[in-house]
Design a protein around this ligand. Structure first.
Ligand code: KG4
Ligand code: ZN
Length: 376
């Protein structure tokens, strides 16, 4: 039992704990012994989004029970653990603090090393947890409510950021558009469902291009020399213009003046017919999925990637999964997506990223704090 590890994740609105073990098989190095998630969605739904103060208070209520459940389901005694892993950031600092404080206290009491984990390293390693080691090098897109980040992974455990969103994350765009259409929170699953009944060509929403020709465009994210400059620019993302275009259209269709800033409007969806709402959802989703996959596959091609990975909450999207598979077949490039339970936030992925660190020689530490923003 010396290779078992307890992992804790509290970066946003799920209190999660998991027990993982090493398998000894280099191709499939880790297995899940238990994976427990207490979701706060019901609490935040009433407010139309995550309320940070409510989230951290609920983590405090849930953390002990969730950890206990993870240990019980894994049939592992605390004294059999080798280490404790915890999400250090990025995320809501009040939420992160609950997990970090718990992990340090638990580790201290049992004399265990504590491994601080980057949340996005967790989303990346969720792919390995689900599918075993990916063919390297890999291009991996992490697409969630807080992030839209594209990584080049030249070897297991080395993550090079090559593209990210300049404004909203893709999941955030889903959530905002859903709110506008009166579909409730969280918006991703609602739009995903509704889009199946809509015409995805009903509206032609624009997508921002951070092109070389735009002199005001910020410098690209990819390290110099890794990609040709125009490609490097193209693999950054921007979703706020799309969200504003949806807002304008909804206002226009609802007979309101089409001016004003996105986000300032409350739901106007109630004034539209159900088919109109479904058409908007489908058209919005087509653009988001295309832009995510166009850029990921373009980067993968330039980088000579031998696999593509897509993880994070938005990777649960059915159109994204189907389109990714179709492109995989077309390009002859294997694409990996985690199963639903590992797509949205969970602690098993944090455990996997910690085991990766241990494999690469890390030994754990106590001199770290919860960090709302943290580079990877
Ligand atoms: O990874 P995650 O659970 O939390 C963050 O780290 O942000 O991702 C949550 C995000 C939310 O924005 C949610 O709307 C989105 O993932 N999401 C989806 C789907 N399921 C969840 N977006 C599109 N389609 C889905 N089926
Ligand atoms: Zn996440």
């Amino acid at each position: 039992m010396s290779s078992t590890l307890l992992a804790i994740e509290t970066s946003c609105d799920e209190t999660a704990a998991a027990v993982l073990a090493e398998t000894g098989d280099p191709a499939r190095p880790w297995e899940i012994r238990s994976n427990v998630v207490a979701s706060q969605t019901e609490i935040h739904r009433e407010w139309g989004g995550v309320v940070p103060e409510l989230a951290s208070r609920q983590h405090v209520r849930d953390i002990c029970g969730v950890v206990e459940a993870a240990l019980t389901r894994a049939a592992v005694a605390a004294t059999d653990l080798r280490a404790v892993a915890v999400t250090q950031g990025p995320g809501l600092v009040g939420s992160l603090l609950v997990g970090v404080a718990f992990a340090k206290a638990f580790g201290q009491a049992l004399g265990l090393p504590v491994i601080p984990v980057h949340h996005l390293a967790g989303h990346i390693e969720s792919l390995v947890l689900a599918h075993g080691e990916l063919p390297m090098p890999a291009a991996i897109l992490v697409v969630s409510g807080g992030h839209t980040s594209l990584y080049f992974v030249p070897e297991p455990g080395r993550y090079q950021l090559i593209g990210r969103t300049r404004d909203d994350a893709a999941g955030e765009a889903y959530d905002k558009v859903a709110k506008l259409l009166g579909l409730g929170y969280p918006g991703g699953p609602a739009i995903d469902r509704l889009a199946r009944e809509g015409n995805d060509r009903a509206y032609d929403f624009p997508i921002a291009r951070l092109t070389h020709a735009d002199r005001n465009a910020p410098a690209s994210t990819a390290p110099h020399g890794l990609l040709p400059p125009d490609v490097a620019r193209r693999v950054d993302f921007s979703f706020s213009g799309l969200k504003t275009a949806v807002l304008r259209l909804v206002r226009e269709q609802a007979g309101e003046p089409a001016t004003g800033k996105a986000g300032s409007a409350d739901s106007l969806g109630g004034t539209l017919g159900p088919q109109q709402v479904a058409d908007i959802a489908a058209s919005f989703q087509r653009v988001v999925v295309n832009v995510l996959l166009d850029r990921t596959f373009e980067a993968a091609r330039w980088l000579g990637a031998r696999s593509v990975g897509i993880s994070g909450g938005v990777s649960a999207n059915s159109r994204l999964r189907a389109e990714a598979e179709a492109r995989s077949a077309r390009h002859g490039l294997p694409v990996f997506v985690p199963p639903l339970a590992l797509s949205t936030d969970n602690a098993a992925m944090i455990g996997a990223a910690a085991l990766r660190q241990l494999q690469r020689g890390a030994s754990g530490r106590y001199d770290f704090n919860a960090e709302a923003s943290l580079p990877l």
